[in-house]
Design a protein. Sequence first.
Length: 133
Amino acid sequence: MTDILKAWEPRILSVLRIMVALLFVEHGAMKLLHFPAPMPGPAGGLPPLLLVAGVMELVGGLLLAAGLLARPVAFLLSGEMAVAYFMIHAPQGFYPVLNMGEPAVLYCFVFFYLVFSGAGCWSVDALLARGKS
């Protein structure tokens, strides 16, 4: 059984990366494209910090979903989520479950893991690496 699980590890890493990235893309799409719904909050244009966050979430999420430049993109997105947590959620209280910061913490650590693990076997990065060898 261990051999089967080990054989599937790179594939499941790719599935995790793709699913997390596609869920993350939704945050950027809400900010920039008002899809699947507009971001909750005051009407009008986004403040510059949220505009930058939206671009990072949309573009970075799509790059990560494809597995292109996965390690540097995951590093940037992990940092974005750490900043989001400490700027927005932590001032509202210590516990993430109470300050609504759980998604930011989870994204931060999943992206941080991807910095070290890479994108997995189903990725553009893996295709490019195979082409070089």
